[in-house]
Design a protein around this ligand. Structure first.
Ligand SMILES: *[C@@H]1O[C@H](CO)[C@@H](O)[C@H](O)[C@H]1NC(C)=O
Ligand SMILES: *[C@@H]1O[C@H](CO)[C@@H](O)[C@H](O)[C@H]1NC(C)=O
Ligand SMILES: *[C@@H]1O[C@H](CO)[C@@H](O)[C@H](O)[C@H]1NC(C)=O
Ligand SMILES: *[C@@H]1O[C@H](CO)[C@@H](O)[C@H](O)[C@H]1NC(C)=O
Ligand SMILES: *[C@@H]1O[C@H](CO)[C@@H](O)[C@H](O)[C@H]1NC(C)=O
Length: 291
């Protein structure tokens, strides 16, 4: 009865995870809707923007990684998923996180495909990456953080995108009349984004939208091999990379040590790679370690 035993453990783990890191159905729907609204509102307009759906696989990966409370990219997914990270002391409104990521468009120049110097825009470019058709996110409250000394009772948000974006040498989308260059079999234009004509061209996870089906539980282990040992190599300069705190929260941060207000300290991280990627982003390049 070994298989039954395995299943039992998996279910138990799932329950714990559900308490710890899963977002509600409402939050998931809102993440998908918000992505599609943002994807439809890029400037210049996008000709080939695909509609985004919820990705259950990516969610399981994000959830497991979030619960590890590490301020660094998940090395196990760097060639599989795009990844954006966000953390803040106190509770997090995921909707605001997405807004902050989208706001990076102010620092992005479409024509030369670059960020302004010393600014991040990789969260934005991943968010509006035309070929990324699904996203899965998780949030977790961490008592302490590896890689962010002094952060206690901090919430981390992890979003994994599939297929991954921020591919070196590519723009996030093709500029042009909305839906004028939709991918094959994705020509159903709705609200200025390309949608699949038939349900059967959707990724298999589409039917699992919003809830975890038993069949996904066994997939959990495959996706994320033990990564704990790979995170020791956090580079000394990580703190400086978190200096690019979002403008709206900078003032709150000054009072952090005394008042400890919500959202007192915010750090944000985009891309699919490691800290090398973060450096590239800071250097004003849209790049990643994607091959
Ligand atoms: C989260 O932020 C959004 C946008 O700022 C706002 O409309 C919403 O009410 C907030 N939700 C909560 C629970 O505060
Ligand atoms: C973190 O939260 C727990 C539970 O609310 C609380 O007991 C603890 O004092 C908090 N720690 C810090 C450093 O704020
Ligand atoms: C588009 O749909 C047709 C008919 O279902 C199928 O044969 C073809 O492989 C699809 N193309 C792509 C790129 O999925
Ligand atoms: C979900 O993960 C499983 C196991 O890794 C994989 O076989 C399946 O293709 C994935 N589905 C999607 C839509 O990525
Ligand atoms: C810090 O807190 C003090 C008193 O609570 C307030 O007067 C001041 O404006 C705050 N400073 C910032 C930058 O928020």
């Amino acid at each position: 009865m070994a298989p039954a035993g395995v299943l039992h453990c998996t279910l138990l783990w799932l329950t714990v995870a559900a308490v710890a890191s899963l977002l509600t159905k409402e939050q998931r729907d809102s993440i998908v809707d918000q992505h599609n609204i943002y994807r439809a509102s890029v400037n210049p307009k996008a000709a080939d923007m695909a509609r985004m759906t919820w990705n259950e696989n990516a969610t399981l990966v994000a959830e497991k990684y979030a619960s590890q409370c590490i301020w660094d990219h998940n090395p196990a997914v760097k060639n599989i998923f795009g990844e954006s990270l966000f953390t803040s002391t106190g509770p997090i409104n995921v909707s605001k996180v997405l807004h902050e990521w989208f706001k990076e468009h102010e620092h992005y120049d479409y024509d030369n495909n670059q960020c302004s110097e010393d600014e991040q825009c990789g969260h934005y470019t991943q968010m509006v990456w035309a070929k990324s058709t699904s996203v899965g996110c998780a949030a977790h409250v961490c008592a302490t953080f590896q890689g962010l000394p002094g952060f206690t009772n901090t919430t981390i948000v992890v979003c994994n995108y599939f297929p991954l974006g921020n591919v070196v040498g590519h723009k996030p989308y093709q500029a042009g009349e909305p839906c004028s260059q939709c991918p094959e079999n994705w020509t159903l234009c709705e609200d200025n984004v390309c949608g699949p004509e038939h349900k059967d061209v959707l990724p298999s996870t589409e039917t699992e939208h919003g809830d975890i089906l038993p069949s996904t539980e066994t997939e959990r282990g495959d996706i994320l091999p033990s990564t704990e040992t790979e995170h020791g190599d956090i580079l000394p300069s990580t703190e400086t990379e978190h200096g690019d705190i979002l403008p709206s929260t900078e003032t709150e941060q000054e009072n952090n040590t005394r008042a400890m207000p919500e959202h007192a300290v915010i750090a944000s991280k985009a891309g699919t790679g490691t800290l090398i990627l973060a450096r590239l982003l800071l250097a004003g390049l849209i790049a990643s370690l994607v091959f």
